[in-house]
Design a protein around this ligand. Structure first.
Ligand code: UT7
Length: 332
């Protein structure tokens, strides 16, 4: 069985910074509430006219270049997002076109919300392991700002999310730097706890109309406390499964990169794993929750900051809508 390495990795976030103070002027909220409850200080929002694929395209190009290949060398593009450019088709064929790829490769999207990037690693890893593909572009990216209710009524979710994405190129390797494991899970009993219903066939004969919009079914809803309670159990649980699977202990790990949804969640996970916050990467204060984007963005920044280096063991973990959750261990 082949092993897969991350040969290229990059991220893109919009230039436009939206601070908590900016949100105070739109929503019935305060900088103090947002920082205390979530750890977020600011986030990025795209400018009008910028779609998700346009935002993440520079990251795709950079990841491809870093992997030492041309776009035409890709065998597959797989995107994880909840904020695709169109309702359909998926964003992957759009990126194929924007990258100028003329060959008829495999290109599709998956919907696994905040856990999407680790789900993508699992799918990509399998394609490399079986020998089916040699160069796979994985993209985790969301433009959450176009999903949010930016009025006072939307403050419970409106302050938490931001825009951003990342891309990774997977390739086969015979070296010691590779994806050691992925574990992905779901528990559909959590479906109603974090969702945006419309456009959706549940509203048959339409998927979306003015009545559905007037009732706010297209806006994200979150039972924050329930999601929080599950996140702080499931992420440590899946990390422990991954450590055991690889015969490793948490002492062997250089850095834990967890989905950035809430600083308090990161602190609780660190406590439950009995690690100091030095081992838990944090950048939520800068970007908020970018859904499928948090893990690749955090990986890029942690690497640039020297938080891990070649040969180090890193753990990825995420939890989100579905519920879905996941972990992965990589030897860099
Ligand atoms: O990425 C996907 C996974 N998502 C997560 O992991 C998120 C998990 N959940 C959380 O991070 C937290 O539950 C939140 C940050 C969403 C909320 O924190 P909380 O401590 O659970 O607050 P709460 O929802 O229980 O709200 C507490 C109070 C409420 O007022 P009352 O009922 O106590 O009077 C809310 O109405 O805070 C109020 N509130 C706000 N106040 C000011 C809610 N949103 C805001 C706001 N500004 N933006």
């Amino acid at each position: 069985m082949n092993k897969a390495k991350i040969a290229g990795l990059a991220y893109s976030v919009p230039d436009r910074v939206v601070t908590n103070h900016d949100l105070e002027t739109m929503m019935d909220t305060t900088d103090e509430w947002i920082q205390t409850r979530s750890g977020i200080k600011e986030r990025r929002w795209v400018e009008e006219g910028m779609s998700n694929s346009g935002m993440v395209l520079p990251a795709c190009k950079k990841a491809i270049k870093d992997a030492g290949i041309e776009p035409e060398d890709l065998d597959a593009i797989i995107v994880g997002t909840v904020s695709s450019d169109y309702n359909f088709p998926g964003m992957a064929p759009m990126l194929q076109q924007q990258l100028g790829i003329k060959t008829n490769i495999s290109a599709f999207d998956i919907s696994a919300a905040c856990s999407a990037f680790i789900y993508l690693l699992e799918i990509g890893n399998q394609f490399i392991q079986t020998g089916k593909y040699k160069n796979i572009l994985l993209v985790g990216s969301d433009v959450m700002s176009c999903l949010l209710d930016k009025s006072p009524a939307g403050r419970a979710t409106g302050v938490l999310f931001g825009d951003g994405g990342g891309a990774a190129v997977l390739q086969p390797t015979e070296g010691e730097s590779y994806i050691l494991s992925t574990h992905t899970y779901a528990d559909g009993s959590g479906v109603e706890m974090l969702k945006a219903e419309a456009p959706g066939s549940i509203f048959y004969p339409n998927r979306i109309d003015s009545d559905i919009v007037a009732k706010g079914h297209h806006l994200p809803f979150q039972n924050g406390r329930e999601v929080f309670k599950n996140a702080v159990v499931r992420m440590p649980e899946s990390i422990n499964v991954a450590l055991k699977h690889n015969n490793l202990s948490i002492e062997d790990v250089s850095l834990v990169i967890a989905h950035q949804a809430n600083y308090r969640i990161l602190k609780t996970v660190a406590k439950r794993m009995d690690i100091s916050m030095d081992k838990m990467y944090v950048n939520i204060h800068k970007y908020g929750n970018t859904t499928a984007g948090t893990i690749p963005i955090a990986m890029c920044e942690a690497l640039a900051e020297g938080k891990f280096k070649k040969g180090d063991i890193i753990v990825l973990t995420a939890f989100g809508a579905g519920y879905t959750w996941a972990s992965s261990i990589i030897r860099w």
